[in-house]
Ligand binder design. Structure first.
Ligand SMILES: [Zn+2]
Length: 304
């Protein structure tokens, strides 16, 4: 793993609290988890790389390092003061962990995921800790929307942005990738973490789907039979992105590049199509019991 943080963090002088602005992708979590491991390792090399052998490294892999605690939002998508303070019997609160002597490592770390979901009360509690951080204690806040945090918290943390993997970078690695594919995909799946063969599988599904809506290949009968599988949501996403790109080219009065069946429709019909499609997608997303084939059939009726 390339050391992403080496140019951003002075390892000789680590701050007490960091705010990582990141999208929560597997990639960004991997980077931060590795940093946690590095900080807690008791046998780091001179480049701050962890040894993988000490007790701390071992227990981090087994998720049982007593010097490290992670806080997550509850099922109401909130982080309340209780989650930070802990309860006296079972869970140690973050202040306990931070003020106690480290057990395996020489330092202690608290990581708060989706930190922007902290309630006002929780943020005030955290603020008090940030104002007087216990010795050898580090707080890592993760958030995709740091502007939702109190300015007083923001001003007491060192901000580091972990950019999402760009489409351009992915496209370079996978020549077949295009924008429609990426847009129909990125909202659902963390594409950067997909194994190569799975990505290839999606790419061939994508090609098949695009082919079936090409002007000369379009056959409603065929689509009804082939699309109604486990990948229907993915295919509908492609259809939606294709409609977007046809509409935007029509609005710019450009010759439509992609000769899909959709380019034969006028703007009004395209918008109608889009509306119907989005309704269908939300029915599927909300797991409403619908006959998928009948729904698809009635949407495709808009193409004549
Ligand atoms: Zn180690």
């Amino acid at each position: 793993m390339t050391d992403f943080f080496s140019s951003k963090i002075n390892y000789q002088k680590i701050s007490h609290s960091y705010l990582f602005e990141c999208d929560g992708s597997i990639k960004s979590n991997e980077l931060i988890d590795n940093l946690v491991k590095q900080v807690l390792c008791t046998n780091k090399d001179k480049n701050f790389q962890c040894c993988q052998k000490c007790k701390s490294c071992h227990s981090i892999n087994g998720l049982s390092n007593p010097d490290y605690v992670e806080v997550f939002p509850d099922d109401k998508e909130k982080i309340g003061i209780g989650s930070l303070r802990g309860d006296q019997d079972k869970n140690r609160g973050i202040i306990n962990i931070l003020s106690e002597t480290a057990l395996l490592s020489e330092a202690k770390i608290v990581k708060i995921n989706n930190a922007d979901l902290m309630t006002e009360e929780a943020q005030n509690y955290l603020l008090k800790i940030l104002e007087e951080p216990p010795n050898k204690s580090y707080i890592f806040l993760l958030s995709a929307r740091p502007h939702r945090l109190k300015p007083t918290i923001l001003s007491r943390t060192t901000k580091i942005k972990i950019p999402p993997i760009s489409f351009e970078k992915l496209a370079k690695e996978n020549k077949q990738l295009d924008k429609v594919f990426y847009n129909s995909f990125a909202r659902e799946i963390d594409i950067s973490s997909l194994p190569k063969d799975e990505l290839n599988n999606y790419l061939s599904l994508y090609e098949e789907t695009i082919e079936s809506i090409e002007e000369f290949n379009y056959s409603k009968h065929n689509i009804l039979n082939t699309w109604n599988d486990d990948y229907l949501k993915f295919r509908l996403g492609i259809l939606r992105e294709t409609i977007f790109s046809v509409i935007s080219e029509k609005l710019k009065n450009k010759e439509v590049k992609q000769k899909s069946i959709l380019s034969t429709l006028d703007e009004n019909r395209l918008f109608l199509f889009l509306e119907e499609l989005i309704t269908f997608q939300s029915l599927l997303a909300n797991k409403v019991a619908v006959n998928r084939k009948i729904q698809l059939d009635s949407i495709l009726d808009l193409i004549q």
